[in-house]
Structures are given as C-alpha cells and as structure tokens.
Design a protein around this ligand. Structure first.
Ligand SMILES: Cc1cc2nc3c(=O)[nH]c(=O)nc-3n(C[C@H](O)[C@H](O)[C@H](O)COP(=O)(O)OP(=O)(O)OC[C@H]3O[C@@H](n4cnc5c(N)ncnc54)[C@H](O)[C@@H]3O)c2cc1C
Length: 387
C-alpha cells in the first residue's frame, strides 16, 4: 500500500508559518493597543489602513507582476485568522478586500481592468462589495438598483445597504440589474470608482460589533459609468456574486476562528491570574473543563477552515465545505466568546476588559455573507442531492 504523502491539515509550511507569525505580531503590537478606542470611536486609527497595505496584506493573491504578494487563498485565510485574534473589525476590511473584491477582479476582470485596478488594490485603494439592499438580503437577486444603457455605458440608480469598507474604499463592485423583468439573469456587476458623479456614500450604521469597520448605505443617483466599467458579462453578475461569496464564506470562517482563538487566549490568561478561594480560578476543574471545551471546538473549526481553504487552492469542489465552515465557525465563535465572558465573571461584562467585545463581534458571523439559515439551505441541497 502506498503511503499518503499529505501533511496534517494544520501543519503550516515554513513560509505559511512565517507569514502567520508576522501578521500576528503586527496585530498584537500595532492593532491591539488601539482596539478599544477604535471600537468606541467607530473608526480605524489614522494610518492603520496604510500599514495594512505596506505589510502586503491588501494584495495577498494579486500576482507579483501587478504589485501583489502572489500568495495563495490559504495565505489570505491565515492573515484574516491572525488579525481576528486581536480585532475582527480590522480583519473584515482585509477579508472583503481580498476574498471578494480582489478575487472577483482576478477571475472576471479583463486584462485591461486588471492592469488598471490590481496594482492599486495592492498598494493604496480599498475595495468594497455592494450586493445587499434594504429589500434584498438573503434574497439577494431581488435587488432593485437599476443600470440603464446610455451612450457609451450605463446609468446607475438605486441604493445599497450594509456595505463594508464603504468609508475607506476607492473602488466598489456594484451589482445592478440591466433588465428587472429578467430576474437574476439581468444582474450585472460594475466597477464604480469613488468620486464618480452621482455616487455618494450615505449613512454609516451604528453597530453591535465590529464597530470600527464602516458599514454604510450607497446612493446612486444618475451615476454614469463607461462600458469599460462592466465586470464580466452583461447579465452574468449573479454568477460573480454566487462564486465570490462561496469563497468569501471561508474568509468569514477564518475571521470567526481567529476571534475564538483570541477570546480563548484571554480566558486562559485571566483564569491563571484571577484568584478566588485562595487559588487561581484555573485550578478549579469546572474552569479547566470550560477552557478544554473551548479549545476542542476551536480545533474542529480550524480543521474545517483550513480544509476548505486548501480544497479551494487545490481547485477541488469546496462549496459545501465553505458553507459548513462558516456555519460552524460562527457558532463556535459565539459559544467561545460567551464562555470567555463567563470566565472573566463581572469583568467579562464591562468594556475595561477584552471579553465583551469578542462576544459582540461574534454575532455578525451568523449574519453576513449569507445567514446561518442560508448556509443550512446550501448544505441541505448539497447533501440531499448527492444521496
Ligand atoms: C456588519 C455587516 C456588514 C455587511 N457587509 C456587507 C457588504 O459588504 N456587502 C453586502 O452586499 N452586504 C453586506 N451585508 C449584508 C448581509 O449580507 C445581509 O445582512 C445578510 O445577507 C442578511 O440579509 P438581511 O439582513 O436582509 O436579512 P434577511 O434576509 O431579511 O433575513 C432575516 C432572517 O430571516 C431568515 N431568512 C430569510 N430568508 C429565509 C429563507 N428562505 N429560509 C430560512 N430563513 C430565511 C434569515 O436567515 C434571517 O434569520 C452586511 C451586513 C452586516 C450586518
């Protein structure tokens, strides 16, 4: 019998380990001291986004010839995980930019569009991904934003809601319909640059968690873009949305994994320091078992995140695994963050300690890039059709 040559899933190559350690160090040294103030001020610290670019974290999969790091999807997942251990709000900026925007441009942009945008996305321009609207969330393809054909291009009218990175972004992928009567077959993706006349970023949401990340409304009021701004084919935007979100879900899984790891680390440190009944609370078996349960769930989530990402890099089917990963990792994040709050006792309930923020940040994992019910629908369809 031939021996399997595969490495264990969580075994990182030397390069991957170095990359993860570098990003984690940056998160701990540079992001950690600013987490609380960014959360209460609801914005990223001045200069932080530039530091993410300088570290090569905004062009992970952009080819080196176009100014990127020429890395893998797994590398992007490692970066999102490492940043999320410290601040899931910063991680979502990196996640949306890399796994949705850069990914869509790498797959569907023309060579001219790639030459124009990928170097900028890798060096100084944040990307945003605008699919959701007030009336279309889970039912994303019921979107109402309209793209009419005009001489030399298209005119966009409508409103998007919940758009991450909107305040920081210079490039927006906007989904609109060129034919409302055609249902999902009318949906088309456009590249819209910040500052295009007729396009404004509207109200910023005041959120429960990931508060430093900007989540805003976008308003299109007679916004004209040229034919060269069409991303992919006319009427094929639904395919871009489905396929980018399939991949993006693994990124959210990584965000939730990192969040759980960060919360666990704080819980362990606190349990070793906090003394009751004359000894550290970590000496009590009940606390030990809580920490052990948290660690076990984190290990399971990590295996799922890493497997889904490695399947994607190996060009193997991963849609089912991506949905399972997001579903499970977001549940683990919520449970682990909740247990972390309890290990901290009263201190878990106040803003002076890190526990409550992880708990608030965890909730969104079950909502964006497809709610848990939508993941279950994808998984059910997949498992039932293969029987
Ligand atoms: C912080 C944040 C950032 C976001 N960033 C972005 C972004 O960058 N770009 C973007 O396009 N969107 C973004 N979104 C939007 C997000 O993707 C949607 O909120 C999400 O898809 C859910 O849509 P909804 O809010 O309209 O909820 P709804 O679709 O109204 O769902 C409400 C509830 O009904 C359930 N439900 C709905 N339909 C069904 C069904 N058929 N079967 C079973 N249950 C169902 C859902 O599971 C959920 O529990 C963001 C959202 C948040 C909160």
């Amino acid at each position: 019998m031939t021996q399997a040559s595969h490495l264990p899933l969580t075994q990182l190559s030397e390069e991957e380990r170095l990359f993860f350690t570098t990003v984690r160090k940056f998160a701990e040294e540079t992001i950690a001291p600013q987490v609380q103030s960014m959360d209460s001020e609801q914005q990223f610290a001045a200069g932080l986004v530039k530091q993410l670019f300088d570290l090569g974290l905004m062009g992970i999969e952009v080819p080196e010839a176009l100014g990127g790091a020429g890395g893998s999807f797994f590398d992007a997942v490692l970066a999102i995980e490492a940043i999320s251990t410290v601040d899931p709000a910063v991680a979502v900026l990196v996640d949306v930019h890399n796994t949705l925007v850069v990914n869509a441009l790498r797959r569907w942009a023309t060579p001219a569009q790639q030459q124009q945008w990928l170097p900028r996305l890798a060096s100084d321009t944040v990307g945003a991904y605008a699919l959701s609207e007030a009336g279309s969330g889970s039912d994303a393809f019921a979107l109402q934003t309209r793209a009419e054909t005009v001489a030399g291009g298209y005119r966009l009218n409508g409103r998007k809601l919940w758009i991450s990175n909107a305040r920081e972004a210079g490039l927006f992928i906007v989904f609109a319909t060129v034919d409302p009567g055609a249902g999902y077959r009318g949906i088309t993706a456009f590249l819209v640059e910040k500052g295009t006349p007729g396009f404004t970023v509207g109200r910023k949401e005041d959120k429960l968690g990931i508060r430093a990340s900007s989540t805003c409304e976008l308003i299109f009021d007679g916004c004209e873009v040229g034919e060269e701004n069409l991303l992919g084919e006319l009427g094929k935007g639904y395919k871009i949305a489905i396929e980018t979100l399939n991949e993006g879900r693994i990124g959210i899984g990584a965000q939730m994994l990192g969040l759980a790891e960060g919360a666990w680390g704080h819980a362990v440190r606190y349990a070793k320091e906090r003394r009751q009944f004359g000894k550290p609370i970590a000496d009590f078996q009940a606390v030990q078992f809580t920490l052990a349960e948290m660690a076990t769930e984190i290990e399971a989530a990590k295996l799922m995140v890493y497997n889904a990402a490695r399947l994607k890099d190996a060009s193997l089917p991963y849609m089912r695994e991506a949905a399972m990963t997001k579903l499970f990792a977001s549940e683990v994040a919520e449970r682990v963050a909740s247990q972390c709050v309890e290990v901290f006792g009263g201190n878990g309930f106040v803003r002076d300690y890190p526990a409550e923020k992880y708990y608030r940040d965890a909730k969104v994992g079950k909502i964006y890039e497809g709610t848990s019910n939508m993941q279950l629908a994808t998984i059910a369809k997949s498992v039932l059709s293969s029987r």
